[in-house]
Structure formats: structure tokens, C-alpha cells
Write a protein that binds this ligand. Sequence first.
Ligand code: EAX
Length: 323
Amino acid sequence: MKLRKLALGLSISLAFAGASLAQTAMKISISVAQNSHQGVAIDTFAREVEKRTGGRHKVQTFYSGALGGERESIEAVQLGTQELAFTSTGPVPNFVPEARILDIPFLFRDKAHARAVLDGPIGQEMLTQFEAKGFKALAWAENGVRHMTNSKRAVNSPEDLKGLKMRTMENPVHVTAYKGLGIVPTPMAFPEVFTALQQGTVDGQENPLSVIMAAKFDQVQKHLSLTGHVYSPAIFLMNKAAFDKLSAADKQAFLDAAKEAVKVNRARVDEDDAKGVAELRSKGMQVVENVDKSKFVATLTPVNAEFEKQFGKANIDKIRNYK
Ligand code: EAX
């Protein structure tokens, strides 16, 4: 017993000695809880960075918007006050407008299509466009397919959305599209959403099942509709100067760590999608599973024409038709 305690004490002090040898820990943050598809992503990333750099680099993880919302985290990474962030693409277009195209509603057929585009030449080329804005984009990851929740009524078709006040991300594409669906959009940072729903400042919000569960929105929302209206990418962002300072081997280690994290992140999204409806029902939500998406697509026709003008129809078609 005594020996084991001694051994334990020794290994703890060794661990601390190791930590002091490491360079100061970098920070990475997410806006949702640790027990989530994003939590497993940054936890895996932190572990892999440490392992792959022989403990020379440590990454400290922050959850639930402890360092601010996603827009603030991207700003901090751009400024270099925070080295890393894992964020949905929600606020990204405010920094890298080229990324706007990814958040167009009904752009992707399904997750497999989206993952193929992001991992293929279109997505990889877009990652390089972050560099001019002071970021090293390490990898695309996943937030998930977004669905709508609200406290007022079951949503079966776009008519049911008329006049619903919904929190949206701070994303110009979402705001435009949701207006086109008849929603009254209220852009808001994620850490404020639970309270806004609870107090009735807004009637609803939209997010992937992974986020709805992690944020416990079932406690403040009665209705869920599987609208699947937007595929929501996520991204690992690093301050470019911090990345450039790394040795070539460590650069590769960070990129590989992000890749490993993406695998775990996507697997968790799939798991959440598979069990989400049953779990949210068991918590009391009323779920409309079979939503006629063609009605939503039809309602968005004028909005889509606008997007085609703004982003180029050829660019949108390139993504739509990617195999
Ligand atoms: O990244 O702001 C949002 O609705 C995001 O989907 C959420 O914070 C997860």
C-alpha cells in the first residue's frame, strides 16, 4: 500500500517535471460541452499533439464557451491571444468570406457527400484561403446536419415557420436563407442560446442532434423537426504565426493530430445521429421525422438564385455535383 502510494507520488511529480519541460500550453476552445462530438475532437487533438511531439507541445482544452463564443474564439486565434480554436463555420464567413458557400441550405445530399467535398480538392483548396487572414486551417471537421427546434408548434412544412422567431448563427448565408423560409432570424452567439430559449426571447433555434443533446435543449424546447436544412462543417483553426514557428516535424504532428481528431469527431456525429431521435423523445421532445424537404427547397428557390449570383452558379454546381 505504502509502496503504491510512493510510486503514485513519484509518477505525479515526474508528470509535473515533464510539464515544466514542455513549452507553455497552447489553448483550444469549443462553445459546446465536453461530452459532445466537439469535445471528443479537441480531447483527441490535445492527446495526439502531446503524443506526436513527445510532450514538447501541450494543448489545454476549454469547453462550453469558457473562453467566449465561436466568433470570439476565431478573433482570438487571428490575433494570436489564443493559439487554437475548434468552431463550426457559423461565424467563419465574417473572417474568410470564401467559406460562405459551404453553409448554403440543401447544398449537400448527405454527410458522406459533404465529407467527400471537404476532404477532396475543393475543401483542401479552401483551407489554404485561410492563410491570407492569419490562420492555419489544420482540417475540416464536422458539426453535423442541422434540424429545427421550437417551443410553439410542430414544423412539417415551411408554412409552419412563418413568424417563428429563431436564433441563428452569426452567418449571413443562414440569416438570408431563414428569412426566405419565413423565419424571423435573431443572430446570437451560442453560449447565450439556452437562456434565450428558456426566457422566450426566441421561440426556437436550429442545430445538429449532437448539439441539441449536448446543450440539453430538450429542457427548453418541445418540438424537433428533422429538416436537415444545412450541413454544418467545423474546422480546426490555428494562429498562422504560431504554426509557422513549429519545426517541420511538429507541423506534421499537428496536422496528423487534427486528422485523428476528425475521425473521432465524425464517428461521434454518426453515433449521435443514430440515437438522437430516441434519446430526445425519451426526454419529452415531440419529433417530426418525415419532413418533406422538397417543399423547403422549393420555398428557397429565390434565395438560391441570389446565392448563385453572389457565389457563382458554377462554383455551387461544382460542389453539388461532386462525386
Ligand atoms: O458549434 O452556434 C451554433 O449553433 C453551433 O452550431 C454550435 O455552437 C456548435
